[in-house]
Design a protein around this ligand. Structure first.
Ligand code: UDP
Length: 243
């Protein structure tokens, strides 16, 4: 079986667990466990991690220069990348952190060819620093890096929601879950999958996206094994799960 190469996008808030801020060991270890199981299967995993548990540039744009606020956000993603690296290494998984902003004492610089080599050797590559540019998000970094490393798919991890729904499933019992959606469906309906820049980039290059719940144990491995989990976004037409 050919190993799959995927780009997993983790929101920073996942690392905070129930605390809502900072890094909670139990949440970080739970994520590391899922990733380690996927690596053990032989798949190649690259990870882009956000920083919502520390800092979102937009929340500080009113009181700070917006670009400066975004740079703080990018620095915060590197803290998360290093914390996740530690949790993975505690499980014996080989990892490298590559940062889009140079900080050679804690991370390699982002070098595409080196990232590819790490992946081929079975190392998890964690991309920190977002795209390295303000006015972007880590969703866009995920789309960009996925294209650069020629990933088979972007995996948009969600917490305790198992895909994309027509409405908030916690508030509307009639909300339906989509098995498939097209990029344009997501853009036109403003569905909360990833931001529009990131979706557009995936659409332009035909990069498939799967939205799934990473906190359901074994989900990541099942997804990589080919089970129909979550919602798949590609150029194909919409389809809902039969209820
Ligand atoms: N950020 C940025 N450029 C990037 C990626 C991130 O300026 O390419 C900044 C931005 O301020 C953002 C913050 O870093 O709010 C944290 O990233 P994001 O909001 O995507 O994290 P997540 O919501 O996924 O935890």
């Amino acid at each position: 079986m050919t190993p799959r190469r995927v780009l997993l996008k983790l929101s920073g808030e996942f690392l905070a667990g129930g605390r809502g801020f900072g890094v909670a060991p139990d949440a970080t270890q739970a994520l590391a466990k899922e990733i380690a199981a996927a690596v053990d299967r032989g798949d190649q995993l690259a990870v882009v991690v956000g920083a919502g548990n520390f800092w979102r540039g937009a929340q500080h744009g009113g009181s700070m220069d917006p670009a400066t606020a975004d740079y703080v956000g990018m620095l915060a993603t590197v803290m998360n990348a290093v914390a996740l690296q530690d949790a993975l290494e505690q499980r014996g998984i080989h990892t490298r952190v590559q940062s889009a902003i140079s900080m050679q004492e804690v991370a390699e610089p982002y070098i595409r060819r080196r990232a590819l080599r790490h992946l081929e050797k079975g190392r998890v590559v964690i991309f920190g620093g977002g795209t390295g540019n303000p006015f972007f998000t880590t969703d866009t970094a995920a789309a960009l890096r996925a294209l650069e490393i020629d990933a088979d798919m972007v995996l948009m991890a969600k917490s305790r929601v198992d895909g994309v729904y027509s409405d908030d499933p916690h508030r509307n019992p009639d909300a339906v879950r989509y098995e498939r959606l097209s990029y344009l469906d997501v853009l036109n309906r403003g569905l909360e999958v990833m931001d529009a820049t990131a979706i557009s980039l995936c659409m332009d290059r035909g990069m498939p996206i799967t939205v799934f719940d990473i906190f359901t144990e074994g989900n990541l491995v099942r997804l990589l094994a080919g089970d129909r989990i979550g919602t798949r976004i590609s150029a194909e037409a919409e389809k809902t799960f039969a209820s």
